[in-house]
Design a protein around this ligand. Structure first.
Ligand code: NOJ
Length: 539
């Protein structure tokens, strides 16, 4: 068994986690000061969103020096201390690896811009204009064309994200080798692995307008593996918005030596209109959601590995999106935790999820920080969308929802900073905060703590087969896990109404493993599950 197979990973978005020096921005010393808390929660690793040198056009996902720490987060000594201190608590640090693109302020791009003869020119993707315009219609995820004209040379460069994030050219062997060298620098420090940003895009063929799943993607990943990861006890998780169960097997089949697992997003895109963007909302259909999650559970089997997550720094808060963040906030947060952690795969907890932190509401675009939301707003306003509608979708889907400071206590600024936070703390911090959660044995925190502990002690959670029951039920999510003659049944009511559950499998002999409603026994002759009630029993 690999260590990451029964691990639970905690994602830190450093800007918003804990400030230690009063500048309003979270930092590495802040993280170190909270390691005891993470140890108490029980997590095995931290996925650390970027802390590298960056002009912060996309909050650190635009890196200008892979081997330097941004001063706002601290120094390389702080980073080494974090790795060391985390290790003392059996927590590994998984670094974010952003190698589909760099910042335009990275030295490679600064050199590349000097002219066509520069040795770094080919580290990026340059094309001549076609009919005096952009080479083709490729669009950027953050709006507008993916091509930006470099006036000096008259050529366009490719940027699938902001124009300050030029795409690297993975066809260039020297560039690849520099990336591997940089990865080895970090691996040699003893980190626990990498989360690989939009890694499905590195094999792009821009002339054919192919971005994800390019023809050489898996060759590059194999080469990357052989030059960096091979022989090391580390984990990797690829961010792959395009993944299907079939391609997930290519990335994560144990014999293929590419990645440990991928983040797939199929269950995260069901509340948008098919073929449109994340901003074109559609109500989530629970049956469809169950179907997609089941497909991933069943189809990967032993030919790949799942990751389990309901939110991250790019998506809304899980409880606000899939649960109910008012009347049933705690109950639904626990319900979602149970449903997700009981599946097969490696669970990820995004900072604040473990206390049921909620989405943020803005009333004006001036309150928004995120480049993606701002660009969408500007573009759509020009196209004639009503402002109110745009603010609504930002409140539902915008990335700032996840990025407000972690609510540590009822103290001023939620104990996040002694200064002015870079993004305001949520007004509900007096009630929803970690100090309160730790003092209350019934809090969401202790559900997560228990789920992590259960995973450590019950191989059925790690290895058990998955079977969906009651597939057509519109609000009950019921599934079985079975392993070596043992069966667990997971039952959840993902709705605001009580629901009757009639299952022959249940009996007074079933042993309660976890419940978010203080339920101790179950019977086969009909139970009424309260809104967002969830429990797991051993049959
Ligand atoms: C995915 C990251 O999670 C997101 O925050 C970022 O904007 C893009 N990749 C570009 O790096």
């Amino acid at each position: 068994m690999k260590w990451w197979q029964n691990a639970v990973i905690y994602q830190i978005y450093p800007r918003s986690f804990q400030d230690s020096n009063g500048d309003g921005i979270g930092d590495i010393q802040g993280i170190i000061s909270r390691l005891d808390y993470l140890e108490e929660l029980g997590v095995d690793a931290i996925w650390l969103s970027p802390v590298y040198q960056s002009p912060n056009d996309d909050n650190g996902y635009d890196i200008s020096d892979y081997q330097a720490i941004h001063p706002e987060y601290g120094t390389m000594e702080d980073m080494d201390e974090l790795i060391e201190e985390a290790k003392k608590r059996s927590i590994r640090i998984v670094m974010d690896l952003v190698v589909n693109h760099t910042s335009d302020e990275h030295n490679w791009f600064v050199e590349a811009k000097k002219g066509k003869e520069n040795p770094y020119r080919d580290y990026y993707v340059w094309r001549d204009p076609v009919d005096g315009k952009e080479p083709n219609d490729l669009g950027s995820t953050f709006g507008g064309s993916a091509w930006e004209l470099d006036e000096a040379s008259g050529q366009y460069y490719l940027h699938l994200f902001s124009k300050k994030q030029p795409d690297l050219n993975w066809e260039n062997e020297q560039m690849r080798s520099d990336i591997y060298e940089m990865m080895n620098y970090w691996l040699d420090k003893g980190i626990g692995g990498f989360r690989m940003d939009v890694i499905d895009l590195i094999g792009k063929k821009p002339d054919e307008e192919i971005t994800a799943d390019g023809p050489k993607l898996h060759d590059y990943l194999k080469e990357l593996h052989d030059n960096t990861l091979k022989g090391r006890d580390v984990m990797t998780v690829g961010e792959t918005w395009s993944a299907t169960p079939e391609t997930a097997k290519l990335y994560s089949h144990p014999d293929r030596n590419e990645l440990s697992m991928v983040f797939q997003f199929e269950h995260m895109m069901l509340d948008e209109q098919p073929g449109k963007t994340k901003w074109d909302l559609k109500a989530l259909d629970l049956q469809e959601w169950k179907e997609v999650l089941t497909k991933w559970q069943v189809e990967l089997k032993d030919d790949g590995w799942n990751s389990l997550f309901l939110n991250n720094h790019d998506t809304p808060r899980a409880v606000s999106r899939f649960g109910n963040d008012t009347e049933f906030r705690e109950k639904s947060a626990k319900c979602l935790a149970i449903v997700s952690h009981m599946m097969k795969g490696t669970p990820y907890i995004f900072q604040g999820e473990e206390i049921g932190m909620t989405n943020r509401k803005v009333k004006s675009i001036d309150e928004v920080d995120d480049i993606e939301s701002i660009n969408m707003y500007t573009e759509r306003l020009e196209e004639g969308y009503p402002e109110e509608e745009l603010l609504h979708v930002i409140n539902v889907k915008g990335r700032d929802n996840a990025r407000t400071p972690v609510q540590w206590s009822a103290e001023e600024q939620a104990g996040f900073t002694e200064g002015t936070p870079w993004l305001p703390v949520q007004p509900n911090y007096k009630e929803i905060n970690i100090e309160n959660a730790l003092e209350n044995a019934e809090s969401v925190f202790y559900t997560y703590q228990r789920l992590i502990e259960l995973r450590k002690n019950n191989p059925i959670m790690v290895w058990g087969d998955f079977e969906l029951l009651m597939a057509d039920h519109p609000s009950l999510f019921v599934y079985k896990r079975s392993y070596e003659g043992e069966t667990w049944l997971v039952c959840a009511n993902i709705s605001e109404e009580p629901e009757r559950l009639l299952l022959n499998e249940l009996s007074l002999k079933s042993k309660m493993i976890i419940s978010n409603a203080k339920r101790t026994t179950v019977t086969s002759d009909g139970l009424v599950l309260s809104p967002y009630e969830a429990f797991v029993v051993k049959l």
